[in-house]
Design a protein around this ligand. Structure first.
Ligand code: NAD
Ligand code: ZN
Ligand code: ZN
Length: 389
């Protein structure tokens, strides 16, 4: 089959590899009809995630048709149409029973390595380094889905691939980010990052009743898409984020702040980001926490910081004193995808939201390597790429 594989920093290739096979009775093999490139893939592309190996198959946002089912998997049958959540989960461990699927205790087959890095294991993820299990991803013609009797979302044929594909990642991610804010009717929610996750968080925050949503970025077409979705926008290249956020909240700051940027934050107007870049370049610091610093500083006392943006390691010079003394609440994590998907699928069916609005590019899998670069560099108006294997 054909698959997109990681061969090192900035080196993704479309290669011919062996087809996956059933390895466990709970598995299924899915023939991929659509897959996407996620902002999280860019952290692999840019070489920030350790424990990637040459030849790893990428991709964790994908869907398709079940073509083979393991003998212990009674939940799926050949021909079922499924979206596959990026978090692989067993459905039976203590965490899964509480709905904490992204920290499933059993689905990461490299759980000892993960526990050494983080203190505990986290769930297995598709195509996302060996720290999360080293599972081949879904930017491919076929994928083996482990624990597939639980790790799936069945979708009706009345909806298109484009409408449901993002149930596997960015839609529930934006949704969880907004839910974690515990939005009240008078709240202003400020969202850093107008990428796909920020776009979904914006629409989720409005669906959940926020009075005002402010989105911060510096890419014009992404800011325009946010305004179409109902946001007030701030361009951090041309405006002071802190001043504008204060102005828009009667001097008080937003009650709720969402970091939809993560460890590769840019900031052209601040000294601290130059410091982060130098430290990251010489490997003294693994992440650039510029957005976190801004959020901790500007968030209204007793507010909430919700962090879907991915971080990998050690963060430097965070104003923790400000956060502690202002009594801020931090909520974060990889998304517990299946905790939200029944509700979100119903909302798509009811027409409350159509997540396909975010797609700007639809291409063949063969064009994937070029699209990684286009998406990373925000060329050609690229906001979200869908590939058809
Ligand atoms: P993306 O790279 O397309 O979007 C990030 C956006 O942030 C870009 O538009 C960029 O211009 C903007 N940005 C950079 N620096 C900024 C700053 N200082 N202030 C404001 N905006 C800034 O990626 P995406 O697909 O939207 O993903 C966003 C983040 O969410 C990534 O870190 C990704 O790994 C993470 N993510 C997490 C989960 C999860 O389960 N928690 C799931 C999916 C994605
Ligand atoms: Zn993702
Ligand atoms: Zn589990």
């Amino acid at each position: 089959m054909r698959a997109l594989r990681w061969h090192g920093k900035h080196d993704v290739r479309c290669d011919t590899v062996p087809d996956p096979i059933i390895e466990d009775g709970r598995d299924a093999i899915v023939k991929v009809s659509s897959c996407a490139i996620c902002g999280s893939d860019l952290h692999l592309y840019d070489g920030f995630m350790p424990t990637m190996k040459h030849g790893d198959i990428l991709g964790h946002e994908f869907m398709g048709e079940v073509v083979e089912v393991g003998r212990d998997n009674a939940a799926l049958k050949v021909g079922d149409r499924v979206v596959v959540p990026f978090t692989i989960f067993c459905g039976e461990c203590d965490q899964c029973r509480r709905g904490n699927f992204s920290v499933c205790e059993r689905s990461n087959r490299n759980r000892d390595e993960a526990a050494k890095a983080f203190g505990h294991t986290t769930a297995g993820l598709f195509g996302y380094s060996h720290l999360t299990g080293g599972y081949p991803g879904g930017q491919a013609e076929y994928v083996r889905v482990p624990f597939a009797d639980r790790t799936h979302i069945k979708v009706p044929s009345s909806l298109t691939d484009e409408q449901v594909l993002f149930l596997g990642d960015i839609f529930p991610t934006g949704w969880q980010a907004a839910v974690q804010c515990e939005i009240e009717p008078e709240d202003t929610v400020a969202i850093w990052g107008a990428g796909p996750v920020g776009q979904m968080a914006l629409r989720s925050a409005l669906l959940l009743g926020a009075q005002q949503v402010i989105v911060i970025d510096h890419v014009p077409e992404r800011l325009a898409m946010a305004r179409e979705g109902g946001a007030i926008t701030i361009d951090f290249d041309n405006e002071s984020v802190l001043d504008r956020l204060k102005d828009l909240t009667k001097g008080k700051g937003p009650q709720k702040c969402i970091d939809a940027v993560g460890l590769e934050a840019h900031a052209t107007r601040s000294l601290d980001s130059a410091y982060d870049r130098v430290k990251q370049a010489v490997m003294l610091e693994t992440d650039r926490p510029h957005v976190l610093r801004e959020m901790m500083y500007v968030c209204r006392p007793a507010g909430v910081l919700s962090i879907p943006g991915v971080y990998g390691g050690l963060l430097d010079k965070l104003p923790f004193g400000a956060a502690m003394n202002k009594g801020l609440t931090f909520r974060m994590g990889q998304t517990h995808v299946n905790r939200w998907t029944d509700d979100l699928l119903a909302r798509i069916e009811q027409g409350q939201i159509d997540p396909s609005f975010v797609i700007t590019h639809t291409v063949a899998l063969e064009e994937g390597p070029a699209m990684y670069k286009t998406f990373r560099d925000k060329q050609d108006g690229c906001i979200k790429v869908v590939m058809k294997p």
